[in-house]
Design a protein around this ligand. Structure first.
Ligand SMILES: NC(=O)c1ccc[n+]([C@@H]2O[C@H](COP(=O)([O-])OP(=O)(O)OC[C@H]3O[C@@H](n4cnc5c(N)ncnc54)[C@H](OP(=O)(O)O)[C@@H]3O)[C@@H](O)[C@H]2O)c1
Length: 243
Protein backbone atom coordinates (compact mmCIF):
# COMPACT_ATOMS: atom_id res chain seq x y z
CA UNK A 1 0.00 0.00 0.00
CA UNK A 2 1.47 3.36 -1.00
CA UNK A 3 2.05 6.08 1.60
CA UNK A 4 -1.15 7.02 3.40
CA UNK A 5 -2.04 9.46 6.15
CA UNK A 6 -3.93 7.73 8.94
CA UNK A 7 -5.73 9.24 11.89
CA UNK A 8 -6.16 6.74 14.71
CA UNK A 9 -8.32 8.05 17.54
CA UNK A 10 -7.59 6.85 21.07
CA UNK A 11 -4.16 5.60 20.07
CA UNK A 12 -2.20 6.30 23.24
CA UNK A 13 -2.47 2.63 24.27
CA UNK A 14 -4.19 -0.68 23.59
CA UNK A 15 -5.62 -1.41 20.14
CA UNK A 16 -5.11 2.17 18.92
CA UNK A 17 -1.41 2.20 19.87
CA UNK A 18 -0.93 -1.19 18.16
CA UNK A 19 -2.51 0.23 14.99
CA UNK A 20 -0.32 3.36 15.19
CA UNK A 21 2.85 1.25 15.42
CA UNK A 22 1.65 -1.15 12.70
CA UNK A 23 0.96 1.64 10.20
CA UNK A 24 4.11 3.59 11.16
CA UNK A 25 6.32 0.50 10.78
CA UNK A 26 5.03 0.21 7.22
CA UNK A 27 5.97 3.79 6.36
CA UNK A 28 2.63 5.59 6.65
CA UNK A 29 1.99 8.99 8.24
CA UNK A 30 0.30 8.46 11.57
CA UNK A 31 -1.78 10.82 13.71
CA UNK A 32 -1.80 9.65 17.33
CA UNK A 33 -4.74 10.96 19.36
CA UNK A 34 -5.59 10.80 23.07
CA UNK A 35 -7.70 12.85 25.45
CA UNK A 36 -5.71 12.89 28.73
CA UNK A 37 -1.98 12.23 29.04
CA UNK A 38 0.53 12.37 26.19
CA UNK A 39 1.75 8.78 25.61
CA UNK A 40 5.49 9.28 26.25
CA UNK A 41 6.38 5.60 25.78
CA UNK A 42 4.58 5.28 22.42
CA UNK A 43 6.05 8.57 21.19
CA UNK A 44 9.54 7.38 22.15
CA UNK A 45 8.96 4.16 20.16
CA UNK A 46 7.72 6.08 17.11
CA UNK A 47 10.70 8.45 17.32
CA UNK A 48 13.11 5.51 17.63
CA UNK A 49 11.74 4.05 14.38
CA UNK A 50 11.94 7.49 12.72
CA UNK A 51 8.23 7.32 12.01
CA UNK A 52 6.36 10.12 10.32
CA UNK A 53 3.81 11.11 12.96
CA UNK A 54 2.17 13.82 15.00
CA UNK A 55 0.35 13.47 18.28
CA UNK A 56 -2.77 15.50 18.92
CA UNK A 57 -4.59 15.85 22.20
CA UNK A 58 -8.34 16.08 21.64
CA UNK A 59 -11.60 14.70 22.97
CA UNK A 60 -13.45 13.12 20.05
CA UNK A 61 -16.81 13.65 21.76
CA UNK A 62 -16.33 17.41 21.31
CA UNK A 63 -17.04 18.53 17.76
CA UNK A 64 -14.48 21.37 17.83
CA UNK A 65 -11.76 18.94 18.98
CA UNK A 66 -12.63 16.50 16.20
CA UNK A 67 -12.44 19.30 13.62
CA UNK A 68 -9.09 20.42 15.07
CA UNK A 69 -7.64 16.89 14.92
CA UNK A 70 -8.42 16.80 11.18
CA UNK A 71 -7.15 20.39 10.71
CA UNK A 72 -3.82 19.60 12.41
CA UNK A 73 -3.53 16.47 10.24
CA UNK A 74 -4.02 18.56 7.10
CA UNK A 75 -1.44 21.11 8.30
CA UNK A 76 1.12 18.35 8.95
CA UNK A 77 0.50 16.00 6.01
CA UNK A 78 -1.83 17.82 3.60
CA UNK A 79 -4.45 15.05 3.49
CA UNK A 80 -6.36 12.28 5.30
CA UNK A 81 -6.60 8.85 3.68
CA UNK A 82 -7.55 6.59 6.58
CA UNK A 83 -9.60 7.21 9.71
CA UNK A 84 -9.69 4.57 12.43
CA UNK A 85 -12.39 5.47 14.95
CA UNK A 86 -10.99 3.57 17.90
CA UNK A 87 -11.39 5.87 20.93
CA UNK A 88 -13.70 4.20 23.40
CA UNK A 89 -14.57 3.92 27.06
CA UNK A 90 -16.66 1.71 29.33
CA UNK A 91 -18.70 2.62 32.41
CA UNK A 92 -20.19 -0.74 33.31
CA UNK A 93 -23.07 -1.41 35.66
CA UNK A 94 -26.30 -3.35 35.70
CA UNK A 95 -28.98 -1.37 33.91
CA UNK A 96 -31.06 -0.66 37.04
CA UNK A 97 -28.00 0.75 38.81
CA UNK A 98 -26.65 2.64 35.81
CA UNK A 99 -26.73 6.42 36.06
CA UNK A 100 -28.09 8.24 33.01
CA UNK A 101 -24.87 10.29 33.04
CA UNK A 102 -22.78 7.13 32.67
CA UNK A 103 -25.01 6.01 29.80
CA UNK A 104 -24.66 9.39 28.12
CA UNK A 105 -20.89 9.63 28.60
CA UNK A 106 -20.27 6.29 26.90
CA UNK A 107 -22.56 7.22 23.99
CA UNK A 108 -20.81 10.61 23.75
CA UNK A 109 -17.30 9.21 23.41
CA UNK A 110 -17.95 5.97 21.53
CA UNK A 111 -20.79 6.94 19.18
CA UNK A 112 -20.91 10.75 18.94
CA UNK A 113 -17.09 10.71 18.85
CA UNK A 114 -17.19 8.36 15.86
CA UNK A 115 -19.77 10.60 14.18
CA UNK A 116 -17.75 13.80 14.84
CA UNK A 117 -14.53 12.36 13.45
CA UNK A 118 -16.24 10.71 10.47
CA UNK A 119 -17.96 13.96 9.54
CA UNK A 120 -14.74 15.97 9.75
CA UNK A 121 -12.50 13.50 7.91
CA UNK A 122 -14.98 12.35 5.27
CA UNK A 123 -15.32 15.91 3.95
CA UNK A 124 -11.66 15.64 2.87
CA UNK A 125 -12.03 12.08 1.56
CA UNK A 126 -15.15 12.89 -0.48
CA UNK A 127 -13.36 15.75 -2.20
CA UNK A 128 -10.41 13.49 -3.04
CA UNK A 129 -12.73 10.64 -4.01
CA UNK A 130 -10.77 8.14 -1.99
CA UNK A 131 -10.56 7.07 1.63
CA UNK A 132 -11.12 4.34 4.21
CA UNK A 133 -13.06 4.71 7.43
CA UNK A 134 -12.68 1.90 9.93
CA UNK A 135 -14.88 1.94 13.01
CA UNK A 136 -14.05 -0.16 16.04
CA UNK A 137 -17.31 -1.66 17.27
CA UNK A 138 -17.43 -4.75 19.51
CA UNK A 139 -18.86 -8.24 19.83
CA UNK A 140 -20.90 -6.62 22.62
CA UNK A 141 -22.57 -4.35 20.05
CA UNK A 142 -23.69 -7.45 18.15
CA UNK A 143 -24.66 -9.76 21.03
CA UNK A 144 -25.28 -7.42 23.99
CA UNK A 145 -23.77 -8.06 27.42
CA UNK A 146 -25.19 -7.92 30.94
CA UNK A 147 -23.74 -4.89 32.73
CA UNK A 148 -22.91 -3.05 29.51
CA UNK A 149 -26.22 -1.59 28.25
CA UNK A 150 -24.54 1.77 27.56
CA UNK A 151 -21.49 0.26 25.86
CA UNK A 152 -23.57 -2.23 23.83
CA UNK A 153 -25.88 0.58 22.67
CA UNK A 154 -22.89 2.69 21.61
CA UNK A 155 -21.24 -0.17 19.73
CA UNK A 156 -24.51 -1.25 18.06
CA UNK A 157 -25.00 2.40 17.10
CA UNK A 158 -21.59 2.36 15.46
CA UNK A 159 -22.75 -0.53 13.27
CA UNK A 160 -25.80 1.43 12.04
CA UNK A 161 -23.62 4.50 11.50
CA UNK A 162 -21.07 2.42 9.56
CA UNK A 163 -23.67 1.01 7.16
CA UNK A 164 -25.32 4.39 6.57
CA UNK A 165 -22.01 6.17 5.96
CA UNK A 166 -20.93 3.32 3.66
CA UNK A 167 -24.08 3.86 1.56
CA UNK A 168 -23.61 7.64 1.48
CA UNK A 169 -19.95 7.55 0.48
CA UNK A 170 -19.63 4.46 -1.72
CA UNK A 171 -20.00 6.38 -5.00
CA UNK A 172 -17.20 8.73 -3.86
CA UNK A 173 -14.87 5.74 -3.54
CA UNK A 174 -14.78 6.02 0.26
CA UNK A 175 -15.29 2.76 2.16
CA UNK A 176 -16.61 2.49 5.69
CA UNK A 177 -16.41 -0.77 7.62
CA UNK A 178 -16.59 -1.86 11.24
CA UNK A 179 -14.38 -4.27 13.11
CA UNK A 180 -16.07 -6.09 15.98
CA UNK A 181 -13.34 -7.33 18.30
CA UNK A 182 -14.07 -9.93 20.91
CA UNK A 183 -12.07 -9.70 24.13
CA UNK A 184 -8.60 -8.32 23.47
CA UNK A 185 -5.82 -8.01 26.05
CA UNK A 186 -5.62 -4.27 26.87
CA UNK A 187 -6.12 -1.92 29.85
CA UNK A 188 -9.86 -2.16 29.14
CA UNK A 189 -9.95 -5.91 29.81
CA UNK A 190 -7.18 -5.90 32.48
CA UNK A 191 -9.68 -4.50 34.96
CA UNK A 192 -11.93 -7.58 34.68
CA UNK A 193 -11.74 -9.99 37.62
CA UNK A 194 -10.24 -13.47 37.13
CA UNK A 195 -13.72 -14.91 37.62
CA UNK A 196 -15.18 -12.79 34.81
CA UNK A 197 -12.19 -13.60 32.56
CA UNK A 198 -12.72 -17.33 33.19
CA UNK A 199 -16.38 -17.00 32.21
CA UNK A 200 -15.44 -15.09 29.06
CA UNK A 201 -12.81 -17.65 28.06
CA UNK A 202 -15.43 -20.41 28.24
CA UNK A 203 -17.45 -18.45 25.68
CA UNK A 204 -14.56 -18.15 23.17
CA UNK A 205 -14.17 -21.19 20.87
CA UNK A 206 -10.44 -20.39 20.42
CA UNK A 207 -10.07 -20.42 24.21
CA UNK A 208 -7.81 -17.36 24.49
CA UNK A 209 -8.15 -13.57 24.53
CA UNK A 210 -7.12 -11.78 21.35
CA UNK A 211 -4.04 -9.58 20.92
CA UNK A 212 -4.04 -5.97 19.79
CA UNK A 213 -2.13 -6.92 16.61
CA UNK A 214 -5.03 -9.18 15.60
CA UNK A 215 -7.08 -6.01 15.13
CA UNK A 216 -4.22 -4.05 13.53
CA UNK A 217 -3.80 -6.70 10.79
CA UNK A 218 -7.44 -6.34 9.71
CA UNK A 219 -7.45 -2.55 10.04
CA UNK A 220 -4.42 -2.46 7.74
CA UNK A 221 -6.15 -4.63 5.15
CA UNK A 222 -9.31 -2.48 5.30
CA UNK A 223 -7.16 0.64 4.86
CA UNK A 224 -5.51 -0.71 1.73
CA UNK A 225 -6.53 -0.71 -1.91
CA UNK A 226 -7.09 -4.48 -2.02
CA UNK A 227 -10.22 -4.06 0.11
CA UNK A 228 -11.74 -1.40 -2.17
CA UNK A 229 -14.83 -3.56 -2.92
CA UNK A 230 -15.60 -4.20 0.78
CA UNK A 231 -17.85 -1.61 2.38
CA UNK A 232 -20.60 -1.47 5.01
CA UNK A 233 -19.38 -4.70 6.62
CA UNK A 234 -18.99 -5.68 10.25
CA UNK A 235 -16.08 -8.06 10.56
CA UNK A 236 -15.62 -10.00 13.79
CA UNK A 237 -12.16 -10.66 15.19
CA UNK A 238 -13.22 -12.62 18.23
CA UNK A 239 -11.88 -16.17 18.28
CA UNK A 240 -15.27 -17.40 17.11
CA UNK A 241 -17.22 -15.83 19.97
CA UNK A 242 -20.03 -14.38 17.83
CA UNK A 243 -20.68 -17.60 15.84
N1 LIG B 1 -10.11 -4.47 24.57
C1 LIG B 1 -11.16 -5.15 24.14
O1 LIG B 1 -11.38 -6.31 24.52
C2 LIG B 1 -12.12 -4.54 23.16
C3 LIG B 1 -13.12 -5.36 22.63
C4 LIG B 1 -14.02 -4.82 21.72
C5 LIG B 1 -13.91 -3.50 21.35
N2 LIG B 1 -12.94 -2.73 21.88
C6 LIG B 1 -12.90 -1.34 21.46
O2 LIG B 1 -11.62 -1.05 20.93
C7 LIG B 1 -11.29 0.31 21.19
C8 LIG B 1 -9.95 0.37 21.91
O3 LIG B 1 -10.05 -0.40 23.10
P1 LIG B 1 -8.80 -0.64 24.05
O4 LIG B 1 -9.10 -1.88 24.78
O5 LIG B 1 -7.54 -0.49 23.30
O6 LIG B 1 -9.00 0.58 25.06
P2 LIG B 1 -8.00 1.27 26.09
O7 LIG B 1 -6.75 0.46 26.23
O8 LIG B 1 -8.80 1.59 27.28
O9 LIG B 1 -7.62 2.64 25.31
C9 LIG B 1 -8.60 3.56 25.00
C10 LIG B 1 -8.01 4.69 24.21
O10 LIG B 1 -9.05 5.64 23.91
C11 LIG B 1 -8.63 6.94 24.30
N3 LIG B 1 -9.79 7.76 24.62
C12 LIG B 1 -10.73 7.56 25.57
N4 LIG B 1 -11.63 8.54 25.55
C13 LIG B 1 -11.28 9.40 24.54
C14 LIG B 1 -11.81 10.57 24.02
N5 LIG B 1 -12.92 11.13 24.52
N6 LIG B 1 -11.17 11.18 22.99
C15 LIG B 1 -10.04 10.64 22.46
N7 LIG B 1 -9.49 9.50 22.93
C16 LIG B 1 -10.09 8.89 23.95
C17 LIG B 1 -7.69 6.67 25.47
O11 LIG B 1 -6.82 7.77 25.72
P3 LIG B 1 -7.05 8.74 27.00
O12 LIG B 1 -7.05 7.83 28.19
O13 LIG B 1 -5.97 9.73 26.95
O14 LIG B 1 -8.38 9.35 26.76
C18 LIG B 1 -6.94 5.45 24.97
O15 LIG B 1 -5.94 5.85 24.07
C19 LIG B 1 -12.45 0.88 22.00
O16 LIG B 1 -13.35 1.53 21.15
C20 LIG B 1 -13.07 -0.36 22.59
O17 LIG B 1 -14.43 -0.16 22.90
C21 LIG B 1 -12.05 -3.21 22.78
Amino acid sequence: MENKTCIITGSSRGIGAACALYFAERGHNVVVNYSTKEPAELIAKLEAMEASFISVKGDVSIEEDADRIVKETLEAFGTVDVLINNAGITKDNLMLRMKADDFRKVIDVNLIGTFNMTKAASAVMMKKRTGSIINISSVVGVRGNAGQANYAASKAGIIGLTKSVAKELAKRNVTCNAIAPGFIETDMTDVLSDKVKERILMDIPKGTLGQTEDIAHLAYFLAGDKSHYITGQVIAVDGGMSM
